[in-house]
Write a new protein. Structure first.
Lengths: 426, 325, 362
């Protein structure tokens, strides 16, 4: 393939050069990088290296002649390259950026090509105008006040300022938080009269709950589906093994079965085990199943997590549950126990209540509420028999989980709970 | 109007001032016959003669010291110290005399001298050819320090520097000597010294840089724009005096600031800007002011330099983190 | 002169001996009787002022002072030769030369009391301030020399340095640059044998200091600096050489620092009384006085009355210096730049706020 090498701008904004000496002639074999010709320009006398390897097919210009940048200098026959490959080969550059040795001394400098240049400035010619646009009306506040506002989920720019120089103070932020809470609860704060009200401080746990509940209900469109499952099979199995577990000091409740069933169901209906990441325009689907169990602890609601519930056996889950409930009772739960949950179960049924619209544990996608077991007449084989019914209330983030998905999940869960032996197979 | 790179625009500024004012002369190593190792003084000896543009013997302390003598006796020398690292032999004359003469003589003698100093790394050079010690010079009382980032600014600022009766260190970002071409008016114009320039208006975060780092910062601004972040980019242009007003005003608007500078981070430009922002825009801060600067190490030789030099990614990384604070 | 007194052979130019007798008539400069008498009176004034300065310091009324005692002839010789527009680039031990250039004792006292104003030497033309970093001022002289050639003004620069200063890099750079430039600079080394406590033999291995001129291709001469006539002759020849465009000259003026380095120095720690007494024989005022008396050109008994007048004048100037107002806050900032940055102005106003607050607390 024939490659025509044109005289390049060797980096000083030149337009021409004079041929001082040829190092090659027609028929010479040449390697890429080997010098072809010595060119003389106004600034330097320099060798021009060959961009390609091959055989010299033709040289343009005699010694002493002037050649313009962009005009052909040498034709090189590149061996064994034909067709599309030839075109590609011809298109490849020898050097990436034009560089120049600072004459006689140290270093290499990047040189701009001729085509790209910036437009001129205007300073020194026009009347000096105020350069900067007016400052937007943003709050003035110390870092401490800003931190507080952030923690309380308040936009500091909307807080009424009463400090020096129009500054938003810590008290301003607190005041704004209070009135914010007021609008939320739509409650009028009664004028305190002696004995008619008492005041309690808001604990850290309570603060966290307030924060989480608020965020959850404010940002997640909840959709709840209520259903029931007939669990006499599960009751039988549990009764059968209850004693064996008790001998090992493990209290076996229905929860381990439910947890396992939930985990396996989530594997099939992954969107209920995901997280919406709007900032990055994506849904984060989690491939691990950490089921959080809402526990009514002395200080308030806490949600310790059973990690990798899909991988653990019912026995392991039961053990962990025991440990958790003891810890919760003794206020021994650590942050590590409660982090990275992917789905939450709220077993209010253990205390009472049948149906609920549970609040999703933000930023998760779903929460399962379990009501209390009720003995009820049920239809089996077209006959009325005594059954045991567990109510289920499943709330999901309707932005990620559609109606079809949630009911399909629920159906799968119900299948497992109605016939727990199926848990062995999946 | 003519398309020039920075070497040419500085040359142009020198030519204009030497034509206009007979007291202006320039010298240094290789400045005369060869026109400077970077060709900045090319053609000046041919035009004005060896009396006004000449090669001095090799001694930086003497180049600066004799310029002091010229200043007290009515001349306006523009001296070239060939590379940033070679300023050090002249430090005694600079700090013990040049920066003090006006004060010492209560104004009887002035130092209307410009010291031209190519500085900065990223050019695959030997030791001491890549220094970026502008913060150290900014710390010396009696000295003004300015740094252009475009051919246009270099011309206008150098003309102002030569016309100023104060001692001025004119630091030239050699990495971009030839890398930027710009239309520059051929006639004389001044850019007043001591003012920063807003290159790009924005709302989310202020990025302040100078010299060769402006290009890297501009690339980072483009990356930020793609990520939905609006950056206000400021070219500092003057280390001393530093334009507190422009900096503070910008931070009051954006609430966040990142300083980008090649030199070592500790006790450097970023530290000063952070102090300024604390004093003058404290109540507007929404995130701690950050610094994207060199490590506290000697600039590595070429094979290791890529670790040290600041890339647009590094700047964008900090922009993202600051905006998410 | 340069050929006859070759520093490489350690030859020294001397005109009168220690007893004031002319021993080299050929090189005696052409000075009128009046000039000689006035020269003596100037040197006497300088010596008197110098003693009083040391005394004031010991009284606690002035800070550290470097005495000129024993070196008076060198400064006087310069003033006999130079032209009004010539430049003087001082080190710090040439009081007579500063005064001859137009500085006053009041200036000098003010400087050593700690007033910046002192070294401005406001009424002196073409006189640079006292230079603290040793040797560094010679480069300034070379630069001024370049200006003189550039503007073709025909001036000469007198640049002073001590024996210790000849070891600095700046000394060598300055001589080199001045030589390459053919700058009209007369470099004068006041070789008073000591750099604080370090004697000459530890400062250089060269046979003397004038011989260093060879390295730069310029003429050099070693002269008896305590011999007013020889010194004057040397400066005269050197000035002519420089002024005619032939370039710089190096003069080594041999003298002795009869006093201490400064009022905080104790020479007994590093030299003997015997040495001091030996050098005493060469004292410049003593020799010139003997010459004057030998040739009966002035009645030296008038000296006492003269000294009394000098003391009165010197004291008057000292009092003026003492009454000079302390540096104002504004002065601390005002002269940093021709064009003061806003920031610096602000620092001053902020400090003034502090001062008001302080005042209010009283």
């Amino acid at each position: 393939m024939r490659y025509i090498f044109k005289f390049p701008d060797i980096g000083e904004g030149l337009d021409e050069g004079t041929i001082a000496e040829w190092y090659v002639e027609k028929g010479h074999k040449i390697e890429a990088g080997q010098p072809l010709v010595k060119m003389e320009t106004d600034k330097v006398v320099t060798d021009i290296p060959s961009p390609k390897s091959g055989t010299i097919a033709a040289i343009y210009g005699k010694v002493g002649e002037t050649i313009h940048v962009g005009n052909p200098l040498v034709e090189i026959e590149i061996e064994g390259v034909e067709g599309d490959a030839a075109i590609a080969e011809a298109a490849k550059d020898f050097t990436t950026e034009p560089v120049e040795e600072a004459a006689g001394v140290v270093g290499t400098l990047e040189v701009a090509g001729n085509a790209a240049f910036l437009p001129s400035g205007t300073e020194g010619f026009d009347q000096p105008t105020t350069q900067q646009t007016a400052v937007k009306s943003k709050a003035l506040a110390t870092p401490v006040a800003r931190a507080m506002a952030k923690e309380m989920n308040i936009d500091i720019n909307s807080v009424k300022a009463s400090g020096p120089g129009g500054r938003v103070t810590i008290n301003d932020v607190k005041r704004a938080a209070e009135s914010f809470n007021e609008t939320l609860t739509k409650k009028q704060v009664a004028q305190p009269m002696a004995d008619s009200v008492s005041f309690e401080p808001i604990t850290q746990i309570r603060k966290a709950i307030i924060r989480n509940m608020t965020i959850s209900k404010q940002s997640i469109p909840h959709m709840t589906v209520h259903d029931e499952v007939e669990v006499s099979e599960m009751v039988k199995i549990r009764d059968k093994y209850k004693q064996k577990f008790a001998e090992k000091q493990i209290k076996l409740s229905y929860l381990p079965f439910i947890i396992k069933a939930v985990a396996l169901s989530l594997k099939k209906y992954k969107y209920l085990n995901s997280q919406l990441d709007l900032e990055n325009d994506r849904i984060v689907v989690k491939n691990y199943f950490n089921i959080g169990i809402a526990v009514d602890a002395p200080d308030g609601l806490v949600v310790p997590v059973i990690t990798d519930a899909d991988k653990k056996s019912i026995t392991e889950i039961a053990e962990e549950l025991n440990i958790i409930s003891v810890k919760a009772r003794d206020r021994q739960l650590k942050l590590d126990d409660m982090k990275d949950g992917t789905f939450t179960i709220s077993n209010y049924g253990s205390i009472g209540g049948m149906h609920a619209n549970p609040v999703i544990n933000h930023p998760q996608a779903a929460i399962l509420g379990i009501g209390r077991l009720v003995k009820k007449p049920v239809i089996k084989n077209n006959e009325i028999v005594a059954g045991v019914v567990q109510p289920l209330s499943l709330a999901v983030d309707h932005r990620i989980v559609d109606g079809g998905e949630v009911t399909r999940f629920l159906n799968q869960l119900i299948d497992y709970l109605a016939d727990p032996v199926a848990l062995l197979f999946d | 109007m003519k398309v020039m790179n920075m070497v040419q625009s500085i040359n142009n500024a020198l030519e204009i001032k030497m034509s206009e004012d007979q007291d202006v002369l320039t010298y240094g190593e290789d400045v005369g016959v060869e026109g400077g190792v970077f060709r900045v003084t090319e053609g000046l000896q041919q035009k004005f003669g060896a009396r006004r543009c000449f090669d001095s013997p090799l001694a930086e302390s003497a180049i600066l010291g004799t310029a002091i003598g010229m200043c007290v006796s009515g001349l306006r020398p523009v001296i070239e110290i060939q590379f940033c690292g070679f300023m050090y032999p002249a430090m005694n004359q600079l700090i013990s005399h040049a920066t003090r003469f006006h004060n010492r003589t209560r104004g009887k003698y002035r130092m209307p001298m410009v010291i031209r100093l190519p500085y900065g790394g990223g050019i695959n050079a030997l030791e001491l050819h890549s220094e970026s010690m502008e913060a150290m010079y900014g710390h010396i009382p009696g000295l003004k320090v300015v740094i252009p980032s475009t051919p246009y600014d270099a011309k206008g600022m150098l003309i102002s520097a030569i016309e100023s009766d104060d001692l001025i260190l004119f630091m030239e970002p050699k990495r971009i000597y030839r890398a930027i071409k710009q239309e520059v008016p051929e006639e004389k114009f001044n850019i007043p010294l001591g003012k920063a320039k807003i290159l790009n208006e924005g709302n989310d975060v202020t990025v302040i840089a100078f010299g060769a780092m402006i290009r890297e910062a501009q690339k980072a601004v483009a990356m930020a724009k793609q990520a939905g972040i609006s950056v206000e980019l400021i070219d500092l242009r003057s280390v001393y005096p530093i334009d507190k007003e422009t900096i503070a005003k910008s931070v009051k608007k954006t609430g966040r600031i990142i300083t980008v500078a090649e030199g070592p981070v500790s006790f450097g430009i970023g530290a000063e800007i952070t102090a300024i922002v604390n004093e003058y825009a404290f109540l507007s801060l929404e995130a701690p002011p950050k610094r994207v600067q060199g490590f506290d190490v000697i600039v590595p030789l070429p094979k290791g330099e890529h670790h040290y030099m600041i890339s647009p990614e590094k700047i964008f990384y900090e922009i993202e983190r600051t905006v998410k604070f | 002169m340069f050929n006859e007194f070759d520093p490489a052979k350690d030859q020294i130019l001397r005109v009168i001996d220690n007893s004031g007798n002319v021993i080299n008539k050929k090189y005696k400069p052409d000075l009128s009787t009046d000039e000689i008498i006035n020269a003596y009176k100037h040197m006497l004034f300088v010596r008197t002022a110098d003693f009083m300065a040391v005394s004031y310091q010991r009284q606690g009324r002035m800070f550290t002072y470097p005495p000129n005692y024993g070196q008076e002839a060198i400064a006087e010789a310069m003033s006999l030769v130079w032209e009004e527009n010539d430049w003087l680039v001082p080190a710090f031990r040439e009081l007579g030369a500063w005064l001859a250039k137009g500085a006053t004792m009041k200036d000098v006292f003010m400087y050593f009391m700690g007033h910046e104003e002192g070294t401005v030497f406001r009424n002196a033309k073409n006189l640079l301030p006292i230079s603290v970093p040793i040797g560094s001022q010679l480069l300034h002289a070379a630069g001024i020399g370049y200006s003189i050639n550039y503007k073709q003004t025909g001036q000469v620069v007198y640049a002073i340095i001590g024996d210790g200063g000849t070891s600095t890099g700046d000394f060598h750079e300055a001589l080199n640059f001045a030589a390459v430039w053919n700058a009209p600079v007369v470099f004068i080394i006041q070789n008073n044998q000591f750099a604080i406590s370090v004697p000459l033999k530890n400062q250089t291995k060269s046979v003397n200091l004038a011989v260093k001129s060879y390295a730069y291709g310029i003429p050099g001469v070693k002269v008896d600096g305590n011999d007013l006539f020889a010194m004057t002759k040397a400066v005269k020849e050197a000035s002519a050489h420089a002024r005619s465009g032939k370039g710089p000259v190096l003069i080594e003026a041999l003298t002795y620092r009869k006093g201490a380095h400064t009022t905080s120095d104790d020479p007994t720690k590093y030299r003997t009384k015997e040495e001091e007494e030996e050098w005493d024989q060469t004292d410049p005022l003593k020799r010139l006085k003997l010459y004057i008396e030998n040739n009966k050109i002035w009645d030296t008994s008038e000296e006492e009355k003269l000294i009394a007048e000098f003391k009165k004048e010197i004291d008057r100037q000292f009092t003026e210096a003492e009454n000079f107002p302390a540096t104002s806050l504004e002065d601390v900032f005002k002269y940093m730049y021709v064009d003061m940055p806003d920031d610096l102005k602000q620092q001053m106003t902020e400090y003034e706020k502090f001062l008001s607050w302080k005042e209010a607390r009283k």
